[in-house]
Design a protein around this ligand. Structure first.
Ligand SMILES: Cc1cc2nc3c(=O)[nH]c(=O)nc-3n(C[C@H](O)[C@H](O)[C@H](O)COP(=O)(O)OP(=O)(O)OC[C@H]3O[C@@H](n4cnc5c(N)ncnc54)[C@H](O)[C@@H]3O)c2cc1C
Length: 389
């Protein structure tokens, strides 16, 4: 049988493509059962898009954002929200993030997977595609089990992050073989790994000011962080991790105030320094970091300066953790060879892309799922239009 369409990857954009495949004969492949990454999104509440204005939206994808302009024209957040509300998922906008209100991301992923499996001719889980070639107008897809034929192929295999979910970057080689350039994949939106902060594990801080100093540059970010068993995570760290570096020094200003202000606070009354700091920082942090037992009037300038530094310039040597802990992949199939109006390859007719496999990534806050759904819709719109005449 020659399928109209073969979808490689049953993650976010592959499943949505399957649901939208309607009257086409479609085969879907996945390395796993499918929907694994989607089922762990948004801390179990799938942050599917963002409430910020349309004009600001594209800016959240950095220099490659304009690539999404056409697919957003076709299918943007209003359409996405309508689609899921009609499918029985109530959504809510919380701190600008559109998240599931009552159901969990696991239920969300399962529902999408079931709907996708019912919408297509053949759903082949646990059957990764290992090679694709083209003979005249027909694509030949090889798996370890069999060979399949299709008039169109949608590569929906994701990036390289969280490889346990199935997206391990294996499709980059397939895209390469079909002529496409790959922008070197890097772990992005990834926590920082470091050895020195294990004793602070579990402590979280709101609205801290971070400064990252690399050999050549300095970057800063403002937001929430969390100390974990391997290092430091949280939205502000994930955002900083998008910058290009391997090793760096991170300076944390926990209080967001200046040195003089803190010095005044520490010396205003003659109390035990530890107790003053406990008024503004978690007890466990103070017990770990503030070693002196002195009253403020007894403390030397040097001792006071050390305390100020530990609260306003807390220094940690960090490196980006690996792909295993990254939320998204920076890099991927080069956008230069993909038509943004159709998601079709400019090099191989009938080959389409959607989602994270491409060199496009957004900030945290629902931008990656919106891009996956919009590019999926755009690709399917083009593929289906081929069968109309
Ligand atoms: C923990 C975590 C939380 C996240 N939370 C959010 C969030 O709340 N909001 C947000 O916007 N983004 C979030 N993201 C990012 C978001 O999940 C991804 O950007 C998005 O799922 C990408 O969709 P995709 O379809 O391109 O790839 P994926 O969803 O990764 O799907 C790719 C699929 O392809 C399959 N595959 C790979 N290779 C092959 C092959 N050779 N043959 C067959 N199948 C193959 C994989 O098994 C997988 O199922 C999160 C990411 C992580 C890791």
């Amino acid at each position: 049988m020659i399928y109209d369409l073969a979808i490689v990857g049953a993650g976010t954009c592959g499943l949505f493509a399957a649901i939208n495949s309607h009257s086409l004969t479609t085969v879907v492949f996945d390395k796993n059962s499918g929907a694994k990454k989607l089922s762990i999104t948004g801390n179990s509440k799938s942050n599917i898009t963002n409430c910020i204005k349309k004009e600001e939206f594209l800016e959240r994808y950095g220099k490659n954002g304009t690539f999404l302009r056409d697919s957003f024209k076709l299918f943007f957040k209003e359409e996405l929200i309508n689609f899921f509300e009609r499918s029985g998922f109530d959504l809510i906008c919380k701190d600008n993030k559109v998240v599931l209100k009552s159901k969990t991301s696991e239920e969300f992923a399962k529902a999408l997977l079931n709907k996708a499996a019912k919408s297509v001719t053949s759903f082949r889980g646990y059957e990764p595609v290992v090679d694709i070639s083209k003979d005249r107008d027909i694509f030949i897809l090889n798996t370890h089990k069999d060979q399949y034929y299709a008039k169109n192929v949608l590569l929906a295999c994701g990036g390289k992050s969280f490889p346990a979910t199935g997206s391990d970057g294996s499709c980059y080689n397939i895209a390469k073989k079909l002529g496409h350039g790959i922008v070197k994949p890097n772990p992005c939106e990834v926590p920082f790994c470091c050895k020195d902060v294990k004793n602070l594990q579990g402590l979280s801080f709101k609205n801290v000011h971070l400064t990252l100093k690399t050999a050549k540059k300095r970057f800063s970010e403002y937001g929430d962080i969390l100390f974990t068993h391997f290092g430091i995570s949280g939205p502000a760290v994930l955002e900083l991790s998008k910058n290009d570096f391997k090793h760096a020094k991170l300076f944390i200003n926990f209080l967001g105030i200046k040195e003089q202000e803190l010095l005044e606070l520490l010396t205003k009354k003659n109390r035990k320094i530890k107790n003053i700091v406990k008024d503004i920082m978690p007890k466990r942090f103070v017990d770990e970091i503030v070693k002196t037992d002195k009253y403020s009037k007894e403390a030397s300038k040097k001792e006071l300066k050390e305390i100020v530094n530990s609260l306003l310039e807390f220094e940690v040597e960090v490196e980006k953790c690996s792909f295993n802990k990254a939320f998204v992949t920076c890099g991927g199939v080069s956008l230069r060879e993909i038509n943004p109006k159709t998601m079709e390859s400019k090099l191989t007719k009938g080959l389409f892309f959607c989602g994270e496999i491409m060199d496009i990534q957004g900030s945290i806050g629902g931008f990656n799922l919106q891009a996956a759904f919009s590019t999926s819709f755009c690709a399917m719109n083009s593929i289906k239009s081929r069968f109309l005449t």
